[in-house]
Design a protein around this ligand. Sequence first.
Ligand code: SF4
Length: 399
Amino acid sequence: MNPIEATDNKVQSDKSPSLVTEKGVKLTAKENRVINFFSDATPFDWEDWRWQLRNRIRTKEVLSKIINLTPEEDFGINDCERKLTMSIPPYFASLMNPDDPTCPIRMQCVPRRFELETSSEEMVDPCGEENHSPVHGLVHRYPDRVLFLVNEMCAMYCRYCTRSRMVGDGNRTLSLDTYNAAFDYIRSNKKIRDVLISGGDPLTLSDRLLEHIIKTLKSIPHIEFVRIGTRVPVTLPQRITFDLVKMFKRYAPIWMSIHFNHPKEISKRVKFACDLLADSGIPMGSQTVLLKGVNDKPAIMKKLMHELLKIRVRPYYIYQCDPILGSKHFRTPVSVGIDIMEKLRGHTTGYAIPTLVIDAPGGGGKIPIGPNYVVSSEGGRHVLRNYAGKQFVYQDPAC
Ligand code: SF4
């Protein structure tokens, strides 16, 4: 069979057996509420990631049965196709508060009219990825590593997506020729030691195609590090099946960067998926986008970082929200992120502290930012302040 195969419509036998037992599947009250809107769907269907993908919520008619839409959302859904399509897996929809428009889950996936308002500083491709793309699907910005955008489809379309210029359900996979051109480029550039597989979301691909990509990359002698960037363990945790992690284990080490934004995303189902990944030896880090109204309060961010450690995901990056078109309602001043970092460092476990970065507009790459702990530096004498504001001196060794 051709390995280049989109997710198909067949229900296969690799449903996550996690919650599927001889006694059935136990759904939460919130999940039961949402599955009831899908006639004839069974809890076994709910646990099937392909069923979740096929039944993503894409229309106002379906969504309005599940949540009470505000005028802003109603307007946003009508016009969102122009910008970024709406698509919400039923599982993720079950996390939404039907009556609270400020619900952080809802704000991330339901279009609002503000998306259609653009500001002068906003850009189609704020990180300048297209300018660093030697062949279609590859972004080569740093000498020793590449970003491999293997598809354009995601399980859920985040309303602040940096790649909203390209993601959508139009092209579920790239062509075989495109993949081969990318592999050839990587093969011929011996300085590349690290490949980040991203998209779209690579975990919306079939196991067979993902394996083809990973296996080919791992067969290149100078590739020592392969990572997968994904939001699927959060929006579609049913995708983390035993078959999938078994395949990852065959190509160990595979690292995973997972996009988490709010403690409410860490459900029991997500914990199960992350346990499966961690137990299979897959090191996980989180990538979080700082979003106004979603996670821009220090207490929420601290709670998120603590919950991540509990599911064995190491907080890795917090990104300042990129200035994509129509993102003003999500973006915070830079000072908000710095204040959050100030309230993390020294106030919680070091492992719970990610790096705050700005992906420099125009293509400068990630630039770390944060509070300044150096009060002064003169003649080898450095006055430093600690998390509590007390000052201490560190003296350089005499030459
Ligand atoms: S999952 Fe990632 S690529 Fe897909 S819409 Fe969300 S932010 Fe964009």
